[in-house]
Design a protein. Structure first.
Length: 450
């Protein structure tokens, strides 16, 4: 069914107007907000999603990378239904959390033990608290522009602008949310991404106060550019010299292969954070690491250094769904996903060039992100969207929506095992039509979307 956004989507518009009375701005997740109103989902199946106005789209968002098998995979649905019949949650542990923890430990050599949480945000928060508990220090180092959830220290310098970000060799610590305490900024050291010399110098200068270095090997908000081996090696050496812990955020990058980004890069972080795909579509997070690093959580000998609980942590619904999803995610599944990703990246690059629209397509495996820039995008500053870039990105996002494709508003796409090469061809065709339209409209795009 062909209906244009926003004019023809009357049901989504009506629900949003209703939502405004009970939700601030009619919204709970800022990431799904759109002007003049968001599109409301009705159902999903495989790699497709239908909105409340009956419009079908290929889903290249997959709930912000969480749905690696797409929607309503029969094996996951059956596992969840079976567990629901046995009980939704208990004030007791269940076998399912042991089985999922065992699977994660098998796939990640750096992970010997696991602690489950309810989100990636919470996983990162607990990992940073674990590093502080282990070292007795307070300073956290993180990469400029990298997103690690909503914890105060993890949000520092998430979206600095050129007027505030400071020197490239020593970025300023800037607040993301209003009301961020100055102490949070003082306790967070910001590192320039893919600049090993500058990062090493900053780490050495602050090493005696440093508890953890938090890093994502391919941070989305910083451009979805892979970290260089030299940069990752500099962080590891700096942490070792300082007696600090390396925390590798694999909430998104665990979908790159059986062993995640650390398997691809040969990394051995002290702590790993996980989320999204390990829950099979249900809320989840996890912290994993060596027995020594995870000992701060251990309650068996009395009060642990870092007490951690949570009413729904390791709940059997998420554990069961996650176990089913991860068992489906074998070597063949990753080969399929990588082939689709290569096909889509190549296809998008070709249609942008054909249309004469300057663009870069970053990413690896089943992940990619489109930047409307002529130059290389290697870090947050080179990925930073000017008003013109942002206008084109918005027009591209809207163009895909109206051609049957759902993608991230910032150009992020993530693929699912439910997709086939023909689905990728359809996405490339929609992107090509949109790119040609943007070029044809020219300056009008910027005027209409800013």
């Amino acid at each position: 069914m062909t209906k244009a956004y926003p004019g023809d989507l009357a049901n989504s518009r009506a629900i949003h107007e209703r939502a405004r009375a009970s939700l601030p701005g009619g919204n709970t997740r800022a990431t799904v907000f759109m002007r003049p109103f968001p599109i409301y989902a009705e159902r999903g199946e495989g790699c497709r999603v239908w909105d409340v106005d009956g419009v079908e789209r290929i889903d290249c968002d997959n709930n912000f990378t969480a749905l690696i098998h797409g929607h309503a995979h029969p094996a996951i649905v059956a596992a969840v239904a079976g567990q629901a019949a046995r009980g939704l949650s208990f004030g007791m542990p269940t076998l399912s959390e042991v089985e999922l923890a065992e699977l994660l430990c098998e796939r990640l050599p750096a992970v010997e033990q696991v602690r489950f949480t309810n989100s990636g945000t919470e996983a990162v928060m607990m990992a940073l608290k674990a590093a502080r508990a282990a070292t007795g220090r307070s300073l956290i180092a993180k990469v400029e522009g990298a997103y690690h959830g909503a914890y105060d220290h993890a949000e520092v310098s998430l979206d600095p602008n050129p007027n505030a970000w400071g020197r490239l060799e020593a970025p300023e610590s800037t607040a993301y949310a209003a009301g961020t305490p100055p102490s949070v900024l003082n306790d967070t050291l910001v590192l320039p991404f893919n600049n090993p010399a500058a990062a090493a110098a900053l780490i050495a200068r602050h090493g005696r106060d440093l508890a953890a270095i938090l890093v994502d090997a391919m941070p989305n908000r910083a451009g979805l550019s892979p970290a260089t081996p030299e940069f990752l090696a500099a962080l590891r050496k700096g942490a070792d010299d300082a007696g600090a812990l390396v925390v590798l955020d694999e909430v998104i990058t665990f979908r790159l292969g059986l062993g995640g980004a650390q398997g691809l890069h040969g990394l051995r972080p002290d702590l790993t954070t996980l989320g999204k795909i390990i829950g099979g579509g249900l809320p989840i997070g996890a912290v994993g690491g060596s027995v020594e690093a995870m000992s701060v959580f251990d309650p068996s000998l009395g009060k642990p250094a870092l007490p951690h609980g949570g009413t729904f942590a390791a709940n059997p619904m998420a554990m069961t769904a996650g176990l089913a999803a991860m068992r489906l995610l074998d070597g063949a599944a990753f080969e399929h996903l990588s082939a689709l990703g290569d096909q889509l990246r190549a296809g998008l690059t070709a249609v942008f060039a054909s249309a004469g629209l300057p663009a870069r397509v970053n990413g690896a495996g089943s992940l990619l992100r489109v930047h409307f820039k002529a130059g290389a995008v290697v870090d947050y500053r080179s990925a930073y969207a000017t008003p013109r870039d942002a206008a084109i990105a918005q027009a591209f996002h809207r163009g895909l929506i109206n051609r049957g494709v759902l993608a991230g508003a910032n150009g992020l796409m993530s693929l699912s095992t439910a997709m086939r090469p023909s689905d990728v061809e359809a996405v490339v065709a929609a992107a090509g039509e949109t790119a040609r339209e943007i070029v044809r409209l020219g300056e009008q795009v910027e005027a209409d979307t800013l």
